[in-house]
Write a protein that binds this ligand. Structure first.
Ligand code: NAD
Ligand code: DAU
Length: 331
């Protein structure tokens, strides 16, 4: 099998490529990535010589067609992925997340290629802290931010292309990922690298917001389960029952790194900040027999702290520019 991985130089995509090369020697991998500020070819160094890399834009129909025509499967990770950036400048989100998905769908339609669409739990909006409910595949779409509304738009394109044109597609909506190779703009790496730099972690608002954390390797094993055994046209929610408040996550990071648990600052809140996400992954577990390997968040977090401590050469070049952007936002 030959798979085209879009966004394979980003956080989840590069981990997907590592895992695929490691565990599936029969699979050929080609990566398509525009190497935006969020992409880094060095994230593919562990698989150097084992995958083909094409630098290009998913919104460019020519490069997309030229690559899609030669593969059996597309796994589409490429996206503008950061909520804070989408509040500052939404256009790249519309272009990459909506137009890019459209170009891929047209190409897989032309060449009858199997397509898996990577999406987010944020398409469902948010939940109250005291609500016993979790997101299910039946929860109505209700996105809050420019980022999540473009991801919701792209999901709807996939559903329409599957129904109207018979495109062989599946969709997964996953909760917050953590693990190695995540850009330092994101919550967990930002706080770990701040502590390494002697800067106090920054919690938005009250810090009570809850995210449902899953290790990136568990996300990616679920993607393979869906590609191999999922029903065409279906949506699967991926989550590992990892609900934690932001405050607890920061306190745990500080403790793991040998600092007092209260050595953080509260800063101004993100506009429209979603309160809580929570995934009900029953369908994925019961229908496809998937189970997460990283069931203990604290252990996964310790490994992630250790990875950033050991890989400063990887993240250091991103750090100053990222913090300069945050300084402009007052966060
Ligand atoms: P990321 O920002 O780390 O990586 C995105 C990658 O896409 C980068 O390598 C970037 O260069 C590339 N890219 C951006 N625009 C492109 C374009 N126009 N053409 C080609 N490549 C382009 O993102 P991530 O956190 O790895 O997220 C990957 C996917 O998973 C996204 O679709 C995101 O919506 C989804 N997702 C992320 C999470 C999470 O917690 N990070 C959770 C659920 C779903
Ligand atoms: O739920 C899945 C989504 O998770 C993905 O679709 C997105 O691509 C991914 O970025 C992530 O979105 P969030 O907005 O939840 O992630 P982020 O890492 O930006 O923030 C996590 C939480 O931490 C959120 O409540 C905001 C808060 N936060 C974030 C930063 C960067 C802080 O309190 N301080 C910070 O410095």
């Amino acid at each position: 099998m030959h798979v085209l991985v879009t966004g394979g130089a980003g956080f989840i995509g590069s981990n997907f490529v590592h895992q695929t090369v490691r565990e599936r020697p029969d699979v050929r991998v080609t990566v398509l990535d525009a190497l935006t500020y969020a992409g880094d070819e060095r994230s593919l160094e562990p698989v150097e010589g084992k995958v083909v890399f094409a630098k290009g834009d998913v919104a460019d129909p020519d490069i997309v067609d030229s690559l899609v025509k030669d593969v059996d499967l597309v796994v589409h990770f490429a996206a503008e992925s950061h909520n804070d950036n989408s509040l500052h400048d939404p256009w790249p989100f519309l272009r990459t997340n909506i137009i890019g998905t459209y170009q891929l769908l047209e190409a897989v339609r032309r060449h009858d290629v199997r397509y898996h669409h990577i999406s987010t739990d944020e398409v469902y909006g948010d939940l109250e802290l005291d609500d016993p409910a979790k997101f299910t595949p039946e929860t109505p779409y209700n996105p809050s931010s420019p980022y999540s509304s473009t991801k919701a738009s792209s999901d709807l394109l996939v559903r329409a292309w599957a129904r109207s044109f018979g495109v062989r597609a599946t969709i997964s909506n996953c909760s917050n990922n953590y693990g190695p190779y995540q850009h330092v703009e994101k919550f967990i790496p930002r706080q770990i690298t701040n502590v390494i730099d002697g800067v106090r972690p920054k919690l938005y608002g009250s810090g009570e917001n809850v995210r449902d954390w899953i290790h990136v390797e568990d996300h990616n094993s679920a993607v393979w389960a869906i590609v191999e055994r999922g029903r065409l046209g279906e949506t699967y929610l991926i989550g590992a029952d990892g609900e934690e408040s932001n405050k607890t996550v920061v306190e745990d990071i500080l403790e793991i790194m040998g600092r007092p648990r209260d050595a953080y600052d509260l800063v101004s809140d993100r506009p429209g900040h979603d309160m809580r996400y929570a995934i009900d992954s029953t369908k994925l577990r019961e229908e496809l027999g998937w189970v997460p390997r990283y069931e203990n968040f604290r252990t996964g977090l310790e490994a992630t702290v250790a990875w950033y401590q050991a890989n400063e050469a990887w993240w250091r070049p991103q750090k100053d520019a990222t913090e300069a952007k945050y300084a402009q936002l007052g966060r």
